[in-house]
Design a protein around this ligand. Structure first.
Ligand SMILES: [Cu+2]
Length: 137
């Protein structure tokens, strides 16, 4: 779960900037607004930071709540920051907690998945994570 702590939202979770009392107040606010429905990733395929031996046919991210199809995006970039997905990113029509995009056969290398979603109540969250295709360390 630690990796997802890097997730971002319009709420800036930077407690180091605040006095402790302000941080407490902000923390309480964030807890309340989280309950209102930010959608955060729960897990993904390929998994965050993992190496896979073969080029996956698609990338999927499971969120902890329903996301809005119209405003939710997912793209995959290679190490040269070139977009490599098939530009068919979408919310899975039969499970609105899944964001997915298809991939062509990709060469070994490092890739990064960028996602941005709107939860059903309008809250925006976004983030990115790496995965690697290859057989080395
Ligand atoms: Cu929010």
């Amino acid at each position: 779960m630690a990796y997802w702590d890097h997730k971002r939202c319009h709420d800036n979770r930077l407690p180091g900037r605040w006095s402790s009392s302000t941080a407490l107040a902000v923390g309480l606010l964030l807890m309340v607004s989280s309950a209102w429905g930010h959608a955060f990733p729960d897990h993904s395929e390929p998994r965050v930071g993992w190496m896979v031996k073969q080029s996956p046919a698609q990338v999927r991210i499971w969120f902890d709540g329903a996301i809005e199809p119209i405003f939710s995006t997912i793209t995959v970039m290679n190490g040269n920051k070139e977009r490599v997905d098939k530009a068919d990113g979408r919310v899975n029509p039969s499970d609105t907690t899944i964001l997915e995009v298809s991939l062509p056969p990709l060469p070994p290398g490092r890739y990064r998945v960028f996602w941005s979603v709107i939860a059903r109540d309008g809250h925006h969250t976004e983030g990115d994570f790496p995965f690697t295709i290859g057989s080395g360390p």
